[in-house]
Design a binder for this molecule. Structure first.
Ligand code: GRG
Length: 299
């Protein structure tokens, strides 16, 4: 599969990020709208930074099948769900973090009650957007909403991963449980983002299965790299506190498998993600390049 040079994929991702940011700006209530503090907090966390990986995957997977732009509000809604999860993950009762996306966390910049409500509000707004925006049949819209809801819930979804993560912190954790935590906590939303694009454009089952495999591999690889960055990254490069996993005695890939093996696993997963899309040839080059870019990232 012919792939664009890394510098061109970086430029492409930057362009897509700007597209998503424009849509987020359009969809979020203005900061001054009553009651202003909640809209300020929502906007603060959404626009604090962020790679916009999940919306970009959603857009790109839709484009693999059909050239269209009606998917943009769906992609932006996925970023709102992701930002909700970050705000709640940073709360004192969960990870108790002071920095996110290079800035004080939402509960530090505002207060804990506002941060909880801002997370709730972003999650709720996401589903309002998913149910009303875009140009898609009701049947496909419902498929995407159902799929995303499942991905962030308690049945092998994001909340399930977070719960098992909390339960296992400080305890010996086997490889299977660790894979479950990472795939559920982080992988399931990434997988659902990739699936959302394909579902939105009505991709047939065979195509959906390939995109699902791609999203699954990218999602797990992404969290393994996140574990590695926690060991080797700095607060400046990551925009969040580094070295926390070790201090909290969290189950991570480097802790269980070692650094070199964790990197090998992430690289193998990225290759498997690309292989899943081989039937599409050069059309899938961007998705493949994004998978490789994500495991080489430094933030
Ligand atoms: C309902 C209390 C409650 C919790 C919801 C918080 C939660 C469940 C789950 C946490 C999920 C989570 C935060 C997983 C970590 C995923 C991860 C690696 C996030 C960082 O993603 P990036 O690097 O961040 O894409 P940016 O800032 O670039 O968007």
């Amino acid at each position: 599969m012919s792939e664009p040079a890394p510098e061109s994929i970086e430029r492409y991702i930057e362009e897509q990020r700007a597209l998503v940011d424009g849509e987020l700006e359009r969809l979020l209530p203005p900061a001054a709208e009553f009651p202003a503090v909640i809209h300020q907090a929502m906007r603060y966390s959404v626009f604090a930074g962020g790679k916009r990986l999940r919306p970009i995957l959603c857009l790109e997977s839709g484009r693999l099948f059909v050239a269209q732009d009606g998917l943009l509000p769906f992609a932006a809604a996925i970023e709102l769900i992701h930002t909700y999860s970050l705000i709640h993950d940073d709360l004192p009762a969960l990870d108790n973090d002071d920095f996110r996306r290079g800035k004080p966390t939402c509960h530090r910049a505002f207060d804990e009650a506002t941060a909880i409500l801002a997370g709730d509000a972003l999650l709720t707004l996401a589903f309002e957007i998913l149910s009303s925006c875009g140009r898609v049949s009701d049947a496909r819209r419902i498929l995407v909403i159902g799929d995303l809801s499942h991905a962030i819930g308690t049945r092998a979804g994001m909340v399930a991963g977070q719960v098992v993560d909390l339960e296992t912190t400080g305890r010996p954790t086997d490889a299977r449980t660790l894979e479950f935590i990472h795939s559920a906590k982080t992988g399931s939303l990434i997988r659902a983002a990739a699936r959302a694009g394909a579902l939105y454009v009505g991709a047939p089952d065979d195509d959906l299965a390939r995109i699902t495999l791609y999203g699954e591999r990218v999602g797990l690889a992404f969290q393994i790299v996140d574990d590695l960055l926690d060991v080797f990254g700095s607060k400046e490069s990551l925009g969040k506190t580094a070295g926390k996993d070790g201090r909290q005695r969290k189950a991570t890939y480097p802790a269980l498998h070692g650094v070199a093996e964790s990197r090998r696993i992430a690289e193998r997963l990225a290759s498997e993600a690309c292989e899943a899309l081989e039937p599409y040839g050069p059309r899938a080059a961007k998705l493949c390049q994004i998978a490789r870019y994500l495991i080489a990232r430094k933030s």
